[in-house]
Design a protein around this ligand. Sequence first.
Ligand code: BES
Ligand code: MG
Ligand code: ZN
Length: 500
Amino acid sequence: MEFKFFNTSLTNESILVISMFESEKIENILTIKFIDNLDNLNSIIKQVNQVVSTEAFQAKTAKILSVPLYGLTDLKKIIIYGLGDKTKINNTTYRKFGANLARLCFNKHLNLAVLVQTETINNSLNIQTFTEGFILSSYKFEKYKQIKEEKQSKTQLISFYGDFEPGSNLVESTNIGLTIASAVNMAKNLINEPAINMTPVIFADYAQDLALKSNLNIEILTVKEMKELNMNCILAVGQGSKNEPRFVVLRYQGENTKMNYGLAGKGITFDSGGLSLKPPLSMEYMKYDMSGAAIVLAVMQIVAWFKPKFCVTAVMPLAENMPGGNALRPGDVIKSMSGKTIEVNNTDAEGRLVLADALYYLQKLGVSEIIDIATLTGGVLTALGRASCGVMSNNQDLCNRINSISNLAGEKVWQLPLFEEYKEGLKSDIADLKNAGSRGEAATSSAASFLQEFVNDIPWLHFDIANVGWSDKDKEEITKGPTAYGARLIAYYLIDQNKN
Ligand code: BES
Ligand code: MG
Ligand code: ZN
């Protein structure tokens, strides 16, 4: 896939794509600047206007009109894409445009598209989000299919054509969009892998490859090393599986060593529930329970590319939650790395266990603030549906920053409380706390309150993405299956922090 600017000559393979706001006129967009033969230009405009009126096309958001040219020019055809009401344009408009256009090109086997600029796509942010949407929605996972559709119909080239804001670095903009979307797609690949092929060891190998390619510092802790460090929660969760746990630490070193952003991602490569076994329907998609770790890895790939001034340290606790003969039992007590003891009343509340050690370890490494991301509770689906993920934080300022960047990233967040009352529900009779509160009571906030027990006075924010980490349909830039929701948001957040 290639993106180009200006220098495209239209051929009979070219599709001319024109985006249009409601009540805009084609003659104001398609001018002599683009089609230099006046006769051709006039006959195209006439043809477009005819189809626009017979189809009563109004350029409403995401509406598409295909205009055949019957040999009027060399062009294959013209596609008009509706951007809707001009006053309602926002940061998601162009991401959706890119995403919808990619699907159209794929379905119609169009391999070359030329985009004519309207006055609004001429800025770099719009080019960036357009590119991002295009690459994100082009994602296919066909590794295990005998017949691969992707090979046959993939768009080769998008050429942007038109007047651009002076001084805008368009190549750079497509590169940012491309980098973000490719990293997200990489995470989706890891999540899509069946759990048998994405064990903690295999995940750690992927992280190692990435570290080598991207010049990041990596440490992979084995069971022996984790024992020495007392990472007993992660070991306990992993002990029922034949596939050993691992702990990955990935570091990016910027010039400013005083600021170190900490990231943690839940990496349960399969969540059977352990001895508190899940029913079959709830287990079906549980290979996605390492989404948090994959997302953190994707963010590090982006970080390695944009090379911020500050440092970023990412940890990925990796384990498989299985009910093997040596499995953790309900009633067992674990001494976590922090020293706090935990009575395990439900082995299916394993995510918070591995994160407890991960959060504690990040603080030992001396990070300045922490963001963790996890497919942590089914309750977040009950609370929010699939409209946004849940965020919880001990620091309102950090939460506000994430909230304000979420518009730009196109990933919505909704804050849920961390009331003191939830801590009551986690009291144990025999240990410092238990890992699961009462069923059906504020499950998402309760899980986050458990995590908070392992965070000292440091700004911390937790994403629960269990509701949005998997999609049952293609929609705009989201593809069916794993979404890696939150990767974009964290990446945009760090990019924004680098501007300070
Ligand atoms: N990985 C699951 C979260 C999950 C549940 C994701 C359902 C998608 C759908 C997590 O480990 C889990 O099992 N959470 C339990 C916690 C409970 C036992 C306190 C849950 O949410 O039911
Ligand atoms: Mg579980
Ligand atoms: Zn889980």
